[in-house]
Design a protein around this ligand. Structure first.
Ligand SMILES: NC(=O)c1ccc[n+]([C@@H]2O[C@H](COP(=O)([O-])OP(=O)(O)OC[C@H]3O[C@@H](n4cnc5c(N)ncnc54)[C@H](OP(=O)(O)O)[C@@H]3O)[C@@H](O)[C@H]2O)c1
Length: 318
């Protein structure tokens, strides 16, 4: 079979021939139809992800849509050892297969499941969002942020405020559920004032950026709240703007802010599996919109570093 193969951390994978995978007990061989190039995939392929085990070469890819030997089209997630989904075939534990309802586009599913899962777990499990509450999404212009906007709405949020850098991508978010937008590319003082004006009393923050924009947004919210004792549940999901923040001690005393994280490790594996099934089940009715671009897997080396518009997810097709 053919696969994308990473030989050195930091280098784009090459399209190469590899022996076909063999199924261990409890696994099935899946013909891969589509696999998304998510930040997690890049991070593991660069050796920087906290789950990286240092073993090379590796086939990148965390999830995808594939066809099982009986012809079922299914979503699958997870990787075992060096074998990821950016290959013509992959061995997948049977319990990790989620059959897709009829009529779904495999490219859209491969693009959106990883970002949608991040938002679903953050909103439902880690924030415990209740209908009627309000949400601020930091990094709303990315693939995951777009899903957080749409899923917050789906879960009954009364108000969704979307914050991001890219002006074009930000402008498109009102069409998919955002009530208001805030530019994260504004100067510090303007950004702080805009967050305070648009989102002072939100119940939940879903934070894909961390770093400086999170510091500024936190300062703005904790200064502007009308009821400082009203809980503010801040769920950190990604760190695209930086891995650390400075947290002034007084922030924790002057407001009821609570920090939580959401990701591999803070959500139990059983719950992740269940959440994948919940998400697949709601796809036909939720109308989630993912911006996608595709490339043949044979073109992976070139496509890996190609620039795409904000929030567009590349999907590789074996
Ligand atoms: N914990 C989890 O379960 C989980 C799951 C999925 C993803 N994630 C993480 O969540 C993050 C977003 O994922 P994604 O799929 O949305 O990625 P993406 O589509 O590549 O989007 C990246 C987002 O980060 C923003 N961004 C990048 N650098 C920034 C900076 N310096 N300041 C402010 N914003 C910045 C981008 O803003 P513009 O487009 O406006 O420039 C965009 O909104 C990644 O870190 C990813 O690893 C975590």
């Amino acid at each position: 079979m053919h696969a994308a193969v990473v030989h050195a951390y930091g280098e784009a994978p090459r399209y190469e021939s590899l022996p076909d995978p063999e199924a261990a007990p409890g696994e099935v061989i899946v013909d891969v139809v589509a696999a998304g190039l998510h930040p997690l995939v890049r991070s593991v392929a660069s050796g920087r992800h906290y789950t990286s085990d240092g073993a090379l070469p590796l086939v990148p890819g965390f999830d995808g849509v594939g066809r099982t030997p009986d012809g079922t089209l299914a979503y699958f997630a997870g990787r075992s050892g060096g074998n990821g989904s950016m290959a013509e075939r992959v061995a997948v534990p049977e319990r990790a297969l989620v059959p897709l309802p009829d009529g779904l586009d495999p490219v859209a599913v491969a693009a959106l499941m990883n970002p949608a899962m991040s938002a679903w777990l953050a909103l439902r499990d880690r924030a415990g969002l209740r209908a009627g509450e309000s949400v601020l999404v930091l990094g709303a212009t990315g693939s995951a942020g777009r899903m957080a906007v749409q899923l917050a709405r789906h879960l009954g949020a009364a108000e969704v405020v979307a914050a991001g850098r890219d002006a074009d991508a930000l402008g498109r978010l009102t069409a998919i559920g955002a009530d208001r937008t805030v530019s994260l590319s504004a100067p510090d003082d303007d950004l702080t004032a805009a967050v305070a004006k648009a989102a002072a009393d939100v119940d939940v923050v879903v934070d894909y950026v961390w770093g400086r924009p999170a510091e500024l947004a936190l300062a703005a919210l904790t200064s502007a709240r009308r009821d400082s004792a009203h809980p503010l549940r801040w769920v950190h999901v990604g760190a695209t703007a930086g891995p650390t923040i400075t947290l002034p001690a007084a922030t924790l005393r002057k407001t009821a802010v609570e920090f939580r994280g959401s990701g591999l490790g803070s959500v139990a594996p059983d719950r992740m599996d269940a959440a994948l099934r919940e998400l697949v089940a709601l796809l036909p009715s939720a109308g989630l919109h993912a911006a996608t671009a595709t490339a043949p897997l044979s073109d992976v080396q070139r496509a890996w570093d190609a620039e795409l518009p904000s929030g567009t997810r590349l999907v590789l097709l074996p």
